[in-house]
Design a protein around this ligand. Structure first.
Ligand code: NAG
Ligand code: NAG
Ligand code: NAG
Length: 436
């Protein structure tokens, strides 16, 4: 039995996409969540998918500190194409909105020290009805290479989900053969989950740097918590496939837009960091309010997201008092230095912050003494001994996000043996399975 476990663990770590990219979860900015398919530049000159939007965002990413914080990819999502291909069969960027073509955009982005992301769709059409790559794969990949892109999101509209098990890998092989390093973001499992198929995440991790697992995120707390609930409920299938070079993707950050309060935005940043999720902003960087910008630029939280161990965290505890909207949760991630990031999330809507005591068992923490830092810096540093309860007070639809740093050798050695254990047979995973 032990031999089998070791063999399986070995296999899982070697079969992963090995293009040297995304060794930590990709960080950047993408048009879709905030700017969708706005194409009318006369009516909405600042919001339409255009050269203007991309250039002004590139400027902001550099001058306002986002690039320094790690947000390096700047990506155009759907709605950048003309509706028909050119006479040579090539994709043509919208002539009014991208009058200088895509190579000019790439040059602008690269000159700023950023990387350039593009979007296409594996099917006949993109989701918004523009030409897809099906039947033109080689030509389109060559075109992307000519434009010097660094990141490609390949969507999955207008193609049967069952075609994807072969289609996404063969497209990835063509990408690889160009010799250009292009981060490969797949929508493959999202369509298969939606079709109630069971995606082969082993194969997906072997062929993609990141993959959208499930529903598109929408600009609301309801959508955010639905996605969090789904990732928690399915973590046993998903978490073990994440690691350096290959990540689950719960979708873009809503932070700074219309639908989330500051507390709710803090929840997304905390849980996305526990999940080792790509951090892809989608917000107007010219008008974002300072309190949201501060969340996006929180260095201690970004460090949790980018932890080099690359181990996806888990929802380790949950309790529902009176219906789904009154849930309390603990999310925990083991970090490379033996410490743990713990997010205490409240989905409650009572009018006051909710206070509760948690035991070391609730938090799945090894015995010992810890220094506890509040990553949002509302509270000072605390000392905590695992024999005591840990008291937390959480705002309605909010989070408290702490880093637990072991102080005693016992806690440290237990923590580090935990983090070194195989991601396939993790003691934390098995405890969670017993609970749920
Ligand atoms: C894609 O287009 C081709 C040619 O029109 C058609 O035969 C095929 O059925 C289409 N595939 C899908 C999945 O719509
Ligand atoms: C292509 O794949 C090989 C084998 O996995 C890898 O070593 C190489 O870095 C890849 N090249 C590119 C450009 O992605
Ligand atoms: C948590 O436990 C401490 C120590 O026993 C106690 O003083 C405090 O009132 C408790 N808090 C809650 C919210 O139960």
């Amino acid at each position: 039995m032990l031999v089998t476990l070791i063999l399986l663990a070995g296999v899982s770590s070697t079969l992963a996409l090995d293009n040297g990219l995304a060794l930590t979860p990709p960080m950047g900015w993408l048009t879709w969540e905030r700017f969708r398919c706005i194409t009318d530049c006369k009516k909405y000159p600042n919001e339409c998918i255009s050269e203007n939007l991309i250039k002004r965002t590139a400027d902001r990413m550099v001058t306002d500190g986002y690039l320094d914080a790690g947000y390096e990819y700047l990506g155009i999502d759907d709605c950048w194409l003309e509706k028909t291909r050119g006479p040579d069969g090539r994709m043509v960027p919208d002539k009014e909105r991208f009058p200088n073509g895509m190579k000019a955009i790439a040059d602008y982005i690269h000159a700023k020290g950023l990387k350039f992301g593009m979007y296409e769709d594996y099917g006949n059409l993109t989701c918004a009805g523009y030409p897809g790559v099906l039947g033109n794969e080689r030509l389109d990949i060559q075109t992307f290479v000519d434009w010097e892109i660094d990141y490609l999101k390949l969507d999955g509209c207008y193609i049967e989900p069952k075609e994807m098990d072969a289609g996404y890998p063969s497209f990835g092989k063509l990408l690889n053969e160009t010799g250009r390093s292009i981060l490969y973001s797949c929508s493959w499992p999202a369509y298969q989950e939606d079709a109630k198929m069971l995606p082969d995440y082993g194969s997906i991790a072997e062929h993609c740097n990141m993959w959208r697992n499930w529903d598109d995120i929408e600009d609301s707390w309801a959508s955010l918590t639905k996605i969090m609930d789904w990732f928690g409920d399915n973590q046993e299938r998903l978490a073990k496939h994440a690691g350096p070079g290959h990540w689950n993707d719960p979708d873009m950050l809503l932070i700074g837009n219309f639908g989330l309060t500051v507390d709710q935005a803090r929840v997304q940043m905390a849980v996305w960091s526990i999940l080792a999720a790509p951090l892809l902003m989608s917000v107007d960087l010219d008008t974002i309010r300072p309190e949201f910008k501060e969340i996006l630029l929180n260095k201690d939280i970004i460090a949790v997201n980018q932890d080099p161990l690359g181990k996806q965290g888990l929802r380790v505890w949950k309790k529902t008092d009176r219906g789904v909207r009154s849930r309390l949760e603990i999310w925990s991630r083991s970090l490379h230095d033996g410490s743990h990031a713990l997010a205490f999330v409240s989905q409650r809507d009572d009018g006051i912050p909710y206070a509760a005591n948690f035991s070391a068992e609730d938090m799945q923490m090894a015995q010992g003494e810890y220094e506890v830092q509040d990553l949002y810096k509302d509270e000072g540093v605390r000392q905590w001994n695992s024999e005591q309860d840990f008291e937390v007070r959480i705002n309605p639809s909010g989070v408290k996000f702490y880093k637990f740093i072991p102080k005693t050798s016992r806690a440290a050695s237990q923590s580090s043996s935990k983090s070194e254990s195989s991601s396939v047979f993790d003691p934390v995973v098995s405890t969670v399975l017993n609970l749920s």
